[in-house]
Design a protein around this ligand. Structure first.
Ligand code: ADP
Ligand code: MG
Length: 701
């Protein structure tokens, strides 16, 4: 149960004076917490200003610099309304001071309203931006008009908030002003040492300060008040991860040591030597598996680094102890590909393997479930179908999750409910920077798979403007005549009236005019079977160009594909470009990546393309990506369920994230039940940041 102390903060915004149902609806759209249905008082308090209006600068007309916000004291002379024929023209209210004349300009204003606001003969304070044009001064839509006599009532500095259509700054500011007094005094949850070192003030004091900025410095993410809230948010999320870790570990007592026999057989079946990186990762994984504690390990490896084989050898080790393994893939395509790839090796190693996806039904499904339940099957590969209620395992000991960034923390718990606290190995090809690993996987131990299998040739990356499409089409034509295979990735489409799908279909159509029936197409709206067929045709060489939307981004493995064309490369994020490029360069052929872009490039797009041309190192690219665009979409937050932060910014506050993680683990070691006074305070913090689920883990025991 949420502590009643927090009730005022969790009341709907409509309890605030001045917030009627209509305004409340608009606020729901603007500030509601992810996953929640309505905006609460807390959400308004977390809606921090993005700027400020500073009306302190008093000027006279002649000396007012163009484009700067100033406050003038003006005498109103006359109103010049547009004629009926020229209704699109603005109304102009002429006014003057001792130095000159100015036109206050209003579009679509009712004469009546203007007369009340700016009565002729009145002396008023008017704030806004002055524009100079042909020696005449004007001010378009002054942002404030007030009585000169009551100058003191002019709000000199006001915060500016991100807005939504229909909501005015005035209404939002007023609501936030009324929300601030709702802040209760809360016990301090941050460790005293951190408070002192960071010069933090209380949570309430920091919120108050952030909503009343005096100058730009008060808005900086490096401001101690901002840092305090960022730390609070990190601590809440790291506590949630630490609690889930504690919970997962508690359900332990299984050692999957094994005698190595099956691993030796599996390794002997491989047509290649393991890389040093693969060996190192396996050493860490096997050490974890051999321990009675449950394994919670993230295997981070660049695209093409060879993670699947690592999974295979981990599953072989599980079998040595008589346990089953499940390999979970995010899509049907990937599940099938893993199944196809692993079957050969499993057969050689003496592991029985089955594929289970949403497409199985009726008798085949029943037969598979039976074989899984009675232990005939050692390795089950599949999609989410692996964890449906009616799937019972004989003895599930290891769960491997591929491309985890598509799954959230909560799913991790459900994934491992089957079996007796199975070990968990999560593999991700997104080379997430260290700080983000902490943010998203703070509960896990991390292995990094460095280096690539020997024999890989570097990928040549070129950037070509779309105007030279003809040239590229011709060059690709020659390449496929010589037996090359080509991915052609179609743009993400921004215009809503044109879908990603049509652009891929159109492109395929155009390419068919040049290359004939050798062009295939894969997109997200195709049925699973259709996608498989298209990919199988490409693999077998029936088609040699496959036009694709980003469905091929993750994991698809066609080792002899050697060219990838990415159209409208400027619309893709850096990590995404890198993932896409990783589709080629997997075989012994020299590969190339053509980034087709629409000129002129913006600064960020230019920088991204430069990084792509310079580097093939996924970890470096991920760091650059973080710098270029902040943490926002790096994890593919929208599709992943991996939480993003409301206040904290991973790029700005990385140092705090590290402290928060250590502090969370430390606190939970000292006080596993969060029963101490500080533990109690941390519970409040977690509720405040919506980590109710994690707090509940405490009681679930
Ligand atoms: P990812 O890490 O992107 O999942 P995969 O596991 O799909 O990479 O491996 C990419 C390709 O490299 C596959 O064709 C795989 O068989 C091959 N491979 C994996 N390990 C090695 C190795 N040690 N030597 C040579 N090829 C390897
Ligand atoms: Mg893979």
């Amino acid at each position: 149960m949420r502590p009643s102390l927090l009730d005022p903060l969790f009341a709907p915004v409509s309890v605030l004076p001045g917030v009627g149902p209509k305004v409340a609806k608009l606020m729901d759209g603007l500030v509601t917490a992810p996953g929640a249905s309505e905006a609460r008082v807390r959400d308004l308090l977390f809606h921090l200003p993005t700027g400020l209006i500073d009306r302190r600068r008093r000027e006279e007309i002649m000396s007012a610099p163009t484009g700067t916000l100033v406050t003038l004291e003006l005498r109103i002379d006359r109103h010049v309304m547009p004629s009926r024929e020229a209704r699109n023209q603005p109304a102009r209210v002429m006014a003057h001071d001792a130095t000159g004349e100015i036109a206050l300009t209003y579009f679509r204003a009712k004469p009546q309203w203007l007369e009340t606001l700016l009565p002729i003969g009145a002396t008023l304070l008017v704030s806004g931006r002055v524009e100079w044009f042909n020696g005449r001064a004007s001010m378009i839509h002054p942002d404030f008009v007030g009585d000169a006599e009551k100058a003191a009532s002019l709000p000199l500095v006001e915060p500016v908030y991100a807005m939504t259509a229909g909501l005015t700054g005035k209404v939002l500011r007023k609501a936030i002003g009324n929300a601030l007094p709702q802040l209760p005094a809360l016990p301090e949850w941050i460790e005293p040492g951190v408070v002192a070192r960071e010069k933090f003030e209380s949570f309430a004091a920091s919120i108050l300060a952030l909503h009343g900025p005096e100058d730009q410095a008060d808005l900086s993410p490096q401001n101690p008040h901002f840092r305090r809230l960022a730390y609070d948010e990190f601590l809440a999320s790291q506590m949630a991860l630490a609690l889930s870790r504690q919970r997962m570990r508690k359900a332990s007592g299984r050692s999957l040591g094994g005698d190595g026999t099956i691993r030796v057989r599996a390794e002997a079946a491989l047509p290649f030597q393991l890389t040093d990186g693969q060996r190192d990762a396996l050493r860490e994984i096997h050490a974890d598996m051999a321990k009675p504690d449950r394994m919670l390990r993230l295997l981070q490896g660049d695209v093409g680094a060879g993670k699947t084989v690592v999974a295979l050898l981990a599953m072989a080790a599980a079998k040595e102890s008589g346990a089953q393994s499940a390999l979970l893939a995010p899509t049907e395509i990937l599940a099938r590909q893993h199944f196809a790839g692993l079957t050969r090796w499993c057969d050689a190693a003496g592991l029985s393997i089955a594929l289970l996806t949403g497409r199985d039904n009726g008798r085949t499904r029943a037969a598979k479930l039976e074989a899984i339940a009675n232990g005939e099957i050692d390795v089950v590969v599949g999609t989410h179908a692996l964890f449906q209620d009616d799937v019972a395992y004989h003895d599930l000991g290891l769960v491997v999750v591929d491309e985890q960034h598509r799954f959230g923390v909560h799913q991790r718990l459900t994934l491992t409910r089957k079996g007796r606290a199975p070990d968990l190995l999560v593999m991700t090809a997104t080379p997430i920077p260290r700080t983000l690993v902490l943010a998203a996987f703070g509960d896990m131990d991390v292995s990094r798979l460095h280096g690539k299998p020997a024999g890989r040739k570097p990928i040549t990356t070129v950037a070509v403007p779309l105007e030279r499409l003809d040239e590229i089409v011709a060059r690709i034509g020659r390449a496929i005549d010589e037996g090359d295979k080509v991915y052609w990735v179609c743009p993400l489409v921004e215009e809503s009236d044109k879908s990603e799908l049509t652009s891929a279909e159109e492109r395929a159509e155009v390419l068919r005019q040049f290359y004939g029936e050798r062009v295939g197409l894969v997109h997200g709206r195709m049925s699973g079977e259709e996608k498989d067929r298209a990919m199988a045709d490409f693999k077998s060489g029936q088609t040699c160009v496959v036009v694709a939307t980003t469905v091929i981004e993750v994991g698809v493995d066609v080792p002899d594909a050697s060219i990838i064309v990415i159209e409208h490369a400027e619309r893709f994020g850096l990590s995404q470009l890198h993932q896409l490029r990783g589709r080629v360069g997997r075989g012994s052929k020299a590969s190339s990546c053509v980034l087709l872009y629409k000129a002129p490039l913006g600064e960020t797009a230019k920088a991204r393309i430069a990084v792509m041309r310079e580097s093939e190192d996924g970890f470096r690219i991920a760091e650059e990506d973080l710098k270029l665009r902040g943490e926002g979409d790096l994890l593919g937050t929208r599709q992943s369920g991996v939480q993003s932060f409301r206040i904290a910014r991973v790029d700005e506050h990385a140092d705090l994230l590290e402290i928060a993680r250590n502090d969370a683990r430390f606190l939970l070691n000292q006080d596993p039940e969060l029963a101490s006074p500080r533990g109690e305070a941390v519970r409040i913090l977690m509720y405040l940041f919506g980590k109710d689920d994690a707090v509940r883990l405490l009681r679930a025991g």
